[in-house]
Design a protein around this ligand. Structure first.
Ligand SMILES: *Cc1c(COP(=O)(O)O)cnc(C)c1O
Length: 364
């Protein structure tokens, strides 16, 4: 008997496995595995979300107009060049669906975000993985992998799970040397956390080319991951094409209203940025002092490398920390079996992790 057959490529996809949530543990649990903000969303966003409860019978406004206008005001962008989505995940998938087909190639780097290969292969395209240098995307390696079939380059900047970023000069060089028909997707999910003077989130790159898009999210610094809101800024030709396949009501009203209120609460965002900056530096120092290597991060998490000696491995550390209610992210499926990713948490959570790691490393 024959059965429905999935499209080519679908069954080659390794399903996305999220980090442990800590559910099932007893006692206090600190979830530092999903890069969620420890400060929660803006109280104004929560209020706006609740206000939408009075009219759940109404469909949302289909183009996310009020949110696109709020984003436009915040960043000085034309709202007509913005598309909103149910998380930036939806936007990444819409981009792949619009531009990739069987036989096309899409490039990402070794430790690139795992949504990219899924979006690529879901459209029958070929996932091309290129090496990094010091856990950082390497422009020359990307350029070397370009073939006549290349249609897209995925670049998370900063990257998850490594936390490293590509300076603006290098992004410009990448764009300049890529063939003009290749779409460069700059995923700037963590851009709000970057405090470096050689970084640009993607706005200038998009504004000055017609083959580059930047995606952003409300899941990280805005603390609205549960609501699923993301957006893309792109040139008219790309916005026009992607809009044709976007679901007509893809962002819910409560999500839209909360996102608008969150954008307007710049004090909350600044508080979050300052908290992250301070504790990211503290964690990097303290964990390094224990003899562990930490990859310098520009995002709201750090990547900790463990020795490969029995009793001291990343897997051992993960088990040790989990027993204490400290949930970090194991990265086997990111080809980083000897590292754990830790989201910057509250002061209490950060101190508990450092204390536990000191004990784990036999220094306490
Ligand atoms: C968290 C994250 C996103 C955001 O995804 P949403 O669907 O908007 O929640 C996008 N890209 C990267 C690299 C991320 O780590």
């Amino acid at each position: 008997m024959s059965r429905p057959v999935p499209n080519a490529g679908i069954l080659d996809i390794a399903p996305y496995t999220p980090g442990k949530s800590g559910a099932g543990l007893t006692g206090r649990v600190f979830k530092l595995s999903a890069n969620e903000t420890p400060l929660g969303p803006s109280p104004k966003a929560i209020e706006a979300f609740k206000s939408a409860a009075d009219h759940l019978e109404d469909y949302p406004e289909g183009s996310s107009r009020i949110l696109r206008e709020a984003i436009g005001r915040t960043y000085g962008l034309d709202p007509d060049h913005i598309i909103c989505g149910a998380g930036s995940d939806e936007i990444l998938n819409l981009l792949a669906h619009t531009y990739l087909g069987p036989g096309d190639e899409a490039i990402h780097t070794t430790h690139g975000f795992l949504v990219y290969p899924i979006a690529t292969m879901a459209n029958g395209a070929i996932n091309v993985i290129v090496p990094e240098k010091n856990f950082t995307a390497d422009v020359d390696a990307i350029l070397k992998a370009v073939t006549p079939r290349t249609k897209m380059v995925w670049l998370a900047n900063p990257n998850n799970p490594t936390g490293t970023y590509v300076p603006f000069d290098e992004v410009k060089r990448l764009r300049a040397e890529l063939p003009s028909h290749v779409l460069l997707v700059i995923d700037a999910a963590y851009s709000e956390y970057v405090v470096r003077n050689d970084y640009e989130a993607g706005i200038e790159m998009v504004s000055t080319t017609d083959n580059t898009v930047m995606t952003r999210t409300f899941s990280k610094i805005h603390g609205l991951a549960a609501l699923r809101v993301g957006w893309m800024y792109g040139p008219a030709n790309i916005v026009d094409a992607v809009s044709r396949i976007r679901g007509p009501f893809n962002v819910s009203t409560p999500a839209m209203l909360a996102a608008v209120a969150s954008l307007e609460d710049t004090v909350h965002q600044e508080h979050s940025r300052v908290h992250t900056d301070k504790w990211r530096a503290w964690l990097t120092d303290e964990v390094s002092k224990l003899g562990l290597t930490v990859t310098p991060s520009a995002a709201n998490f750090i990547l900790i490398h463990f020795p490969q000696e029995a009793g001291k491995t990343a897997e051992d550390a993960d088990a040790f920390l989990t027993k204490r209610g400290l949930i970090l992210r194991a990265l086997k499926n990111y080809k980083l079996p000897h590292a754990l990713r830790m989201t910057v948490g509250t002061e209490e959570a950060n101190r508990l992790v450092v204390e536990a790691l000191a004990e784990f490393m036999g220094q306490k």
